[in-house]
Design a protein around this ligand. Structure first.
Ligand SMILES: *Cc1c(COP(=O)(O)O)cnc(C)c1O
Length: 421
C-alpha cells in the first residue's frame, strides 16, 4: 500500500492530503483497497458517483459509444449530444443547456453568462457588472472563482484577484439587500452550502431571494454541482424551496461516475446572449460524455434513485441522530437533506479528520470538511442494510471516542436537550 502512496507523493503536486486508503477497484457502493480490504463508500466522490461505481448500464452505454466515436470537438454535430441536451431540458425544465466538463468550468460559464446578460439585457456598462456571492461559498478552484472564496487558504498567494463580486451572509436577506446595487446582474449561490459544512438555508430564504431577484432584474444562479440530480431527495434542491432559478449549474453526478460532465441550464432569453465564438470548450459535450450523461439521467429516472435518496436519507439522518444521543457530547449537530448528511463534531473533543481515519480503518469511507464536519453522501443506489452497516461502524467509532473522553474526565456534560437541538 505504501509504495503507491509514496509514488503519488513523490511525483505528484502536493495539493491534497488524502486519507490513507489505496483504492484498487470498486462496484456500486463498495470499494476494495490493494490489500483486498472492503469499504462502504459513504462519500461517492462528492456526489460524482451518485449512480454507484461502474453502474452496468452506464458502462454499457460508454462501451457502445466507444465502438463508434468518442471526441470530435464541437466543430461538427454528433448523434449523442442532441438527445442528451433534450433529456436535460426535460428533467430541468430549462429550454437550453451549455455542456462543459468540470464543475468549475460550468461556474465560470455561468459567470460569463450573467455578466453578458447584465451588459446586453440589463444594460449594465461592460466592466461594471457585479455578482453577489455568499460568505462560506464553494464554487471551484479557478483563479476567478477563488477570488471570491471566503477561505483564506484558497486565495492566499494567488493574487491579483478578480473583481466584480460582493459578499453577503448565506441565508440573510438583509445582507443581500445591502449588497445589491444598480450594477448587480446575478446572485450566485449553493442551495445547501456543502463545503461550508452541509448548511441548509433557513426556511423561506429562497422564496424571498427569488422575489428580490425578480423585482430588481437580477439573475438567480443556483450552483447544484453537488446538490443536483437527486442528492437531496429531489431532482434539484431548488424544488425544496418552491422556486425556480434563472440559471442552474450541474456537474459531478451528471458524469454518472464515469467522466467529468457539467452543464449550465437556462431559458433561451438568458442563454441566447451566447453567440458563436463567445464561449466554448474542446471537450465539452463530446460524443462519449453525452452518451454517458444521457444514460445517467435515464438511470436516475428509471431506477427511481431520487425517491430512494429521499427515503433512505431520512433513515440515515434518524440513525445518525440516535448515535448523536448515545455518544454525547461528541456530536454537536446532524443535518442535511436526502442522502447528504453532515455530522458536526464538537472540536473540544475530537477532530472530524481523526474520526474519518478511524472510520476508514473500520471499513467506511467518508470525508471531513473543515475541522469539524464529517460528510456522509453515499451513492443513491445504496441499500438500507448497507446504510445500517455503515452507521453501526460509525456508532462503534463514536462510542469508543466518547468512552475515552469520559474515562479521561474530559467532557463537560451538556444537557441532552441542548445536544439534540
Ligand atoms: C465540486 C463543486 C464545484 C466544482 O466542481 P469541479 O468539478 O471540482 O470543478 C463547484 N460548485 C460546487 C457547489 C461544488 O460542490
Amino acid at each position: 500500500m505504501n509504495e503507491y502512496i509514496e509514488r503519488e507523493a513523490k511525483y505528484g503536486a502536493r495539493n491534497y492530503a488524502p486519507v490513507h486508503v489505496v483504492v484498487d477497484h470498486a462496484k456500486d457502493c463498495l470499494v476494495w483497497d490493494v490489500d483486498g480490504r472492503e469499504y462502504i463508500d459513504m462519500m461517492s466522490a462528492y456526489s460524482a458517483v451518485s449512480h454507484g461505481h461502474l453502474h452496468p448500464r452506464i458502462v454499457a452505454a460508454a462501451h457502445r459509444q466507444l465502438a463508434k466515436v468518442a471526441v470530435t470537438s464541437r466543430a461538427y454535430f454528433g448523434t449523442t449530444l442532441g438527445p442528451f441536451l433534450e433529456k436535460l431540458s426535460q428533467v430541468t425544465g430549462f429550454e437550453r443547456a451549455l455542456p462543459m466538463n468540470t464543475g468549475a468550468e460550468a461556474v465560470e460559464t455561468a459567470i460569463k453568462l450573467a455578466r453578458r446578460w447584465g451588459n446586453r439585457v440589463k444594460g449594465v456598462f461592460d466592466g461594471k457588472q457585479e455578482i453577489l456571492v455568499a460568505r462560506g461559498n464553494f464554487h471551484g478552484r479557478t483563479s476567478t472563482i477563488v477570488s471570491f472564496s471566503s477561505e483564506d487558504s484558497y486565495r492566499d498567494g494567488f493574487g491579483p484577484l478578480a473583481t466584480g463580486f460582493r459578499h453577503f451572509d448565506y441565508g440573510d436577506m438583509d445582507s443581500i439587500r445591502a449588497a445589491t446595487t444598480a450594477n448587480t446582474c446575478a446572485v450566485l449561490l449553493e442551495p445547501i452550502q456543502g463545503e461550508a459544512g452541509v448548511l441548509v438555508p433557513p426556511a423561506g430564504f429562497f422564496k424571498e431571494l427569488r422575489e428580490w431577484c425578480t423585482a430588481n432584474d437580477i439573475l438567480l444562479v443556483d450552483d447544484e454541482v453537488q446538490a443536483g440530480l437527486g442528492r437531496t431527495g429531489k431532482w434539484f434542491a431548488f424544488e425544496h424551496e418552491g422556486i425556480r432559478p434563472d440559471v442552474l449549474i450541474l456537474g459531478k453526478a451528471l458524469g454518472a461516475g464515469v467522466l467529468p460532465v457539467s452543464a449550465v441550464c437556462a431559458d433561451a432569453k438568458v442563454m441566447d446572449v451566447f453567440t458563436p465564438n463567445s464561449h466554448g470548450s474542446t471537450f465539452g459535450g463530446n460524443a462519449l460524455a453525452a452518451a454517458v450523461a444521457l444514460e445517467g439521467l435515464k438511470v436516475l429516472e428509471e431506477e427511481k434513485l431520487v425517491e430512494r435518496s429521499a427515503e433512505l436519507g431520512e433513515h440515515l439522518i434518524e440513525r445518525l441522530r440516535d448515535v448523536q444521543v448515545e455518544a454525547r457530547p461528541l456530536i454537536r449537530d446532524v443535518r442535511g437533506r436526502g442522502l447528504w448528511v453532515g455530522v458536526d463534531i464538537d472540536p473540544r473533543y475530537a477532530t472530524a479528520r481523526e474520526l474519518v481515519e478511524a472510520l476508514a480503518a473500520n471499513g467506511v469511507l467518508s470525508k471531513e470538511t473543515h475541522e469539524t464536519v464529517i460528510r456522509f453522501a453515499p451513492p443513491l443506489t445504496i441499500t438500507r442494510e448497507m446504510i445500517d452497516r455503515a452507521v453501526d461502524i460509525f456508532r462503534k467509532v463514536a462510542m469508543e471516542k466518547a468512552a475515552t473522553l469520559r474515562r479521561e474526565g474530559n467532557t463537560k456534560e451538556v444537557p441532552l436537550a441542548a445536544v439534540v437541538d
